[in-house]
Design a protein around this ligand. Structure first.
Ligand code: FES
Length: 150
């Protein structure tokens, strides 16, 4: 009902863009880093209510944390902080945590900082998922264009 930290950080130090392979929803997380701490975190989500709530919560949980602490935030922590999620909405909380980790990944790689092995693995998986979603959207868009022409 009251999402916090909605919006963009124009001069963000890291931006994470993720898509949910199950429903196709999209999320972008922006981070501002100072002295290894997340000074500011914002998000923009094109998705369901749970995706918006979990994005909001992950930004709240991550703000003020060090990079290492922020990477330890789990989907369970996000869901629990919201008072729980129905089982069918668990995948939405995965999206929020992935968005944050992708923003951190971009920050670390842009600045030539070491990337933890687990983060690198996660990044590769998310890249593939995002590509698949883009392809799916392209197919839908083509279909809609054809329908409009009829
Ligand atoms: Fe798509 Fe929730 S149903 S993120």
């Amino acid at each position: 009902m009251n999402p916090r930290n909605v919006g963009e950080i124009p001069d963000a130090d890291g931006v994470g863009k993720v898509g949910n392979p199950i429903c196709g929803d999209m999320m972008t997380v922006y981070i501002k880093v100072k002295d290894n701490r997340l000074e500011d975190v914002k998000f923009k989500t094109f998705g369901c209510g749970a995706a918006i709530a979990t994005s909001s919560m992950v930004t709240e949980l991550a703000k003020g944390k060090t990079i290492e602490e922020a990477l330890r935030i789990t989907r369970t922590e996000v869901a629990d902080s919201l008072g729980g999620l129905p089982p069918i909405k668990i995948h939405c909380s995965v999206l929020a945590v992935d968005g944050l980790s992708e923003a951190i990944y971009e920050y670390l790689s842009k600045n030539g900082l070491p990337i933890p092995e687990e983060l690198d693995r996660r990044h590769k998986r998310l890249e593939t998922e995002l590509e698949n979603i883009k392809k799916r959207y392209a197919e839908f868009a083509k279909l809609e264009e054809e329908l409009l022409r009829e």
